[in-house]
Design a protein around this ligand. Structure first.
Ligand SMILES: COc1cc(/C=C/C(=O)SCCNC(=O)CCNC(=O)[C@H](O)C(C)(C)COP(=O)(O)OP(=O)(O)OC[C@H]2O[C@@H](n3cnc4c(N)ncnc43)[C@H](O)[C@@H]2OP(=O)(O)O)ccc1O
Ligand SMILES: O=C(O)CCC(=O)C(=O)O
Ligand SMILES: [Fe+2]
Length: 359
């Protein structure tokens, strides 16, 4: 039997229900809590202050149907330099594929806690398939109001055998259908840093591994006191993010203080530069801090595809970028060390990239 909200005055009972038993924050939300458990209350400085939101500002929306026009490639590079974020419309990923993966995400989170918990860190048949809640519950001072399923693609065989049957086909279809878009974006971005041809080695370095997360942000009793996802930058090369029609993703403005909302645009995908591309481009392209607020009236989902180097790749500024005599800002780092560093701490804004800074 599920415990009542009152029994959560004991912190270990809450951890047991949410984390160990696999109920997640969805389980908490569905208990109809009237107030947010204290474990989810974030300090004021970690929540978005309304006064810092720039209502008039917006990240660029780029029409991919005009990709042959050199101005479009230029606008992709400009957006990656200036904002680190943009949305694409009229891209080549079929809208039905996006609808199917959104439905599959709802199906996965609609499973019982017991079913979802079969993919928890402790019980999952593979390290590459993980259901969890918040980000790193061991390292965090305050928990985040989000459950997730993380699927690191290794092979068709592993995905077929070990990914949850209720969503695996749809996630694989979404991943496969995004490949052309990913190559189009990387081709444009590489031209902007004097890499005119992406050979096999470069392709592996830029997009040799892919992780897809399914995120679920259930209705929250006091959304203003917590966060859905805390301030962070992605550690990917780039991220292709599918969001539903609810909104709540905010991107840091160029002044380092303000926040800009990323409004849901029907059929669009949000693209953001990750730390790996910031490092490879020696800082020309920016991985920008972002966060997600919690919602008091609707359950939100999002489905990011993180396009990454392979775990055993060494990342550092590309020779083509340094050919002009520019000094390297980042040193050589083993990509899996970089990712482990990110996963082992709580979200802390843009601090992860310091791990790769030249001393
Ligand atoms: C969940 O909320 C999130 C997630 C994010 C993610 C943003 C991204 O940009 S994800 C893209 C990251 N890139 C890759 O995954 C590709 C490269 N992969 C690797 O290098 C490896 O697969 C590895 C991730 C390092 C795992 O290698 P492995 O040998 O299996 O190492 P472990 O010792 O098992 O794990 C290391 C460390 O990381 C933790 N961890 C592993 N996978 C996940 C996961 N999917 N989610 C969370 N944490 C994970 C694992 O627990 C280990 O920590 P310990 O403390 O247990 O040692 C953005 C925002 C969000 O809110
Ligand atoms: O849910 C979103 O809109 C963004 C989630 C995110 O930033 C992430 O999973 O890295
Ligand atoms: Fe992110």
């Amino acid at each position: 039997m599920a415990p009542s909200a009152l029994s959560f005055t004991d912190s270990s009972a809450l951890t047991d229900f949410v984390v160990n038993k696999g109920n997640g924050v969805k389980g908490l939300s569905e208990m109809g809590l009237k107030s947010l458990p204290k474990q989810y209350i974030h300090p004021l400085e970690e929540r978005i202050d309304e006064a810092d939101i720039l209502p008039q500002a917006s990240i660029p929306v780029i029409d991919m149907s005009k990709l042959d026009d050199s101005e479009v490639a230029k606008s992709i590079c400009d957006a990656a330099e200036k904002w680190g974020f943009f949305q694409v419309v009229n891209h080549c990923v079929p809208l039905e594929v996006l609808d199917r993966v959104k439905a599959a995400t709802h199906r996965f989170f609609g499973l019982s806690a017991e079913e979802k918990n079969k993919y928890s860190k402790e019980l999952s048949p593979s390290n590459n398939v993980r259901f969890g809640t918040s980000f790193n519950t061991q390292a965090e001072k305050a928990l985040e109001w989000k459950d997730f399923l993380s699927l690191f693609y290794v092979s068709e065989d592993e995905a077929s055998a070990l990914w949850p049957p209720v969503c695996k086909d749809e996630v694989l279809e979404y991943m496969r259908s995004s490949e052309v878009l990913i190559k189009q974006l990387l081709t444009a971005l590489m031209k902007g840093v004097n890499v005119n041809e992406i050979d096999e080695a470069k392709e592996k370095l830029l997009m040799g591994s892919v992780r897809t997360n399914l995120n679920y942000y259930p209705i929250c009793p006091n959304p203003e006191l917590t966060v859905g996802v805390g301030r962070h930058s992605d550690v990917s090369t780039l991220t292709i993010l599918l969001q539903d029609d609810i909104g709540g993703l905010y991107v840091r403005g160029n002044d380092g203080e303000s926040w800009i909302h990323v409004p849901p645009v029907n059929g669009s995908l949000v693209i953001n530069i990750g730390d790996a591309l910031q490092i490879l481009s020696n800082g020309k392209y920016r991985s920008v801090e972002h966060c997600v607020i919690a919602n008091g009236s609707r359950n939100r989902i999002s489905v990011p595809i993180f396009v990454n180097p392979r775990p055993h790749d060494i990342i550092c500024p590309l020779p083509e970028v340094l050919a002009t005599g520019e000094k390297a800002v980042y040193k050589e780092v083993l990509y899996s060390d970089y990712v482990k560093h990110f996963f082992r701490k709580a979200h802390d804004g843009k601090k992860t990239v310091d791990f790769a800074k030249m001393n």
